[in-house]
Design a protein around this ligand. Structure first.
Ligand SMILES: Nc1ncnc2c1ncn2[C@@H]1O[C@H](COP(=O)(O)OP(=O)(O)OP(=O)(O)O)[C@@H](O)[C@H]1O
Ligand SMILES: [Mg+2]
Length: 355
């Protein structure tokens, strides 16, 4: 994706759930039960939990597709109860699992939907659509006139994201947006979304039932348990290190120590002086660029039977991109083109993992 800045970006706003309850008509128990949490402006909050634990319901209350039955939700300090639902929805980007693209509209027309409703001029809409499709890596000249059925699943997801961003909403709601994608495409679209988010800094609530996705995408993770109850709300690091109870520990998995290794990069070891200087015989060690994760380093050590990896500067590394994959698979390339920063030993990785 190229560097295109949205025009006059709307400032991100925080979202506060204040003792929110949702009980559907005729239900005996709430779908969401006394939910309180704050999503700071510009952060990605992942709602994680088993099927039926109230994630989608919590999301849909924010744009009033589901009406709250108790408590309050405030966006940028304003109660959603005081806002007209239709106008509220236009000010919030919403991405659902099947992307919800209109099959009979072209890609460009799909992205233009909300600006049209808002009565923007033709020229402004055209510019915005061009800008957004460029932003998600689908240049309008090549893709604008196609129909959704003429795109791959991952490309459709990206159009869904572009459409949700069209009116530059300060808040985005995403309900398992990448759930239908194969693992490789999914990882690619996740990376693209994170890169995009770095630049546009919306406040995002993102539903997932995949702990790896949550750890990768979330600044914070809210884990729900059955009955729509919040089990824990923390940063991925804290959640993996200190699960609040048995339920959370089981949900995040027995390999939570390994998962934590995905949160630290070799560059972080270099930054805190934990790489040892490379000696001549270290030249035979496997090589990873500094932006690879500690988990990738550990996988490589196990695969190669070594007690260290040679770390090179990420810039100029031929295969830096694939190196920090969250699943821990090491990159295919060696990254040997970069300057050598030092050696990450098994011990250093272990220490950083338990810190
Ligand atoms: N429109 C509705 N009317 C009545 N009950 C509903 C409605 N929508 C959801 N529910 C119930 O509310 C509870 C929470 O559902 P919700 O869709 O929020 O779960 P979820 O965590 O998103 O699950 P999943 O991971 O399967 O998508 C479930 O018990 C569900 O059956
Ligand atoms: Mg759901």
């Amino acid at each position: 994706m190229t560097q295109v800045r949205p025009e006059t970006p709307a400032a991100a706003q925080d979202i506060v759930f204040d003792h929110v309850v949702k009980t559907y008509p005729n239900a005996t128990v709430p779908a969401v039960d006394d939910l309180s949490l704050t999503v700071p402006a510009g952060e990605i909050c992942v709602l994680l939990g088993p099927s039926g634990s109230g994630k989608t319901t919590a999301l849909m209350m924010v744009n009033r597709l589901a009406e709250i039955t108790g408590g309050d939700i405030r966006i940028g300090g304003r109660s959603i109860r005081d806002l007209d639902p239709i106008r509220l929805r236009r000010s919030i980007g919403y991405v659902i699992q099947q992307t919800g693209l209109f099959p009979h509209l072209s890609i460009a027309e799909n992205v233009a939907t909300v600006p049209k409703v808002l009565g923007w001029g033709k020229k402004r809409i055209k510019e915005r659509v061009g800008q957004l499709l460029e932003l998600v890596g689908l240049p309008v000249d090549e893709y604008g006139r196609r129909y959704p059925s003429q795109l791959s699943g991952g490309q459709r997801q990206r159009v869904g994201i572009a459409r949700a961003l069209a009116a530059d909403p300060p808040v985005m709601l995403m309900d398992e947006p990448f759930g239908a994608l194969d693992p490789i495409t999914r990882e690619h679209v996740q990376d693209e979304f994170l890169a995009l988010h770095e630049r546009i800094r919306k406040t995002v609530i993102f539903v997932s039932h995949d702990i790896d996705e949550a750890v990768k995408m979330g600044d914070r993770i809210a884990i729900f348990r059955e009955g729509g109850k919040l089990a824990q709300y923390d940063t991925p690091r804290t959640l993996l290190k200190e699960p609040a109870d048995e339920f959370v520990a089981r949900f995040v998995g027995a390999d939570r120590g390994l998962k934590r290794l995905t949160l630290t990069r070799l560059a972080d070891l270099a930054g805190s002086g934990e790489l040892s200087p490379a000696r001549p015989d270290d030249r035979s060690l496997p090589v990873l660029p500094a932006d690879a994760s500690l988990r990738a380093a550990l996988s490589l050590m196990v695969a190669e039977g070594t007690e260290g990896v040679l770390v090179t500067a990420a810039e100029g590394a031929p295969d830096a991109d694939g190196a920090a994959r969250a699943d821990g698979t090491p990159a295919g390339g060696t990254g040997a083109g970069g300057r050598v920063l030092g050696v990450a030993s098994l011990d250093a990785v272990r220490k950083a993992g338990t810190a």
